[in-house]
Design a protein around this ligand. Structure first.
Ligand SMILES: NC(=O)c1ccc[n+]([C@@H]2O[C@H](COP(=O)([O-])OP(=O)(O)OC[C@H]3O[C@@H](n4cnc5c(N)ncnc54)[C@H](OP(=O)(O)O)[C@@H]3O)[C@@H](O)[C@H]2O)c1
Length: 157
């Protein structure tokens, strides 16, 4: 199963200068709870961003895949050069954790979305690519600290 997780504001903003534009402890906890012990896939930019927070600690995932079209060797991650071959052939449950480019490329393969809605607007320069959420069914919904944590699913593609 391919899942995706992200947080966005009312304008679908997700990033600012390769960092999150906000700090919401309840969303960070939610992200950690959903991704702990999971195999995750992210793009090079998001990997660099996460590494700036985890300078001395290992990334808190079971297995880390990093998509990058350049040839690259990572000490703590598996390089995915051919993203579509990977998505079409993997037998693992994969959680896609960003950023914008990788979300856009992976969305057609996703069966499950974990979206945190931030009910205000922030400053930033990276937006989630617009798509039709009606392709998915809402299967879970809760609010916390002014955030909405929603889960959507659709049948395997
Ligand atoms: N709000 C949230 O939940 C959330 C979550 C994660 C990230 N973000 C934000 O998203 C932003 C980063 O997004 P981004 O779009 O700049 O970067 P990104 O998606 O993290 O990384 C893009 C990378 O994808 C690689 N790539 C592109 N096409 C590919 C393909 N077909 N196969 C394999 N690799 C491919 C590119 O490689 P090359 O460099 O070689 O071209 C590039 O390095 C940051 O601001 C971050 O904070 C927000």
């Amino acid at each position: 199963m391919i899942s995706m997780i992200w947080a966005m504001d009312e304008n679908w903003l997700i990033g600012k200068d390769n960092k999150l534009p906000w700090h919401y402890p309840s969303d960070l906890k939610y992200f950690k709870d959903q991704t702990k012990d999971q195999s995750v896939l992210m793009g090079e930019m998001t990997y660099q961003s996460l590494k700036s927070y985890y300078v001395k600690k290992p990334l808190p995932f079971k297995k880390v895949y990093v998509a990058n079209v350049e040839d690259k060797i990572y000490s703590d991650a598996i390089h995915v050069k051919d993203l579509f071959t990977f998505l079409n052939s993997t037998k693992e449950d994969i959680m896609i954790i960003g950023g914008k480019t990788i979300y856009k490329l992976c969305l057609p393969y996703a069966n499950k979305l974990y979206i945190t809605y931030i009910l205000k607007t922030h400053e930033g320069n990276v937006f989630f690519p617009k798509f039709d959420l009606n392709q998915f069914n809402l299967t879970n919904y809760r609010t916390d600290e002014g955030l909405i944590f929603a889960v959507y699913e659709r049948d395997a593609l």
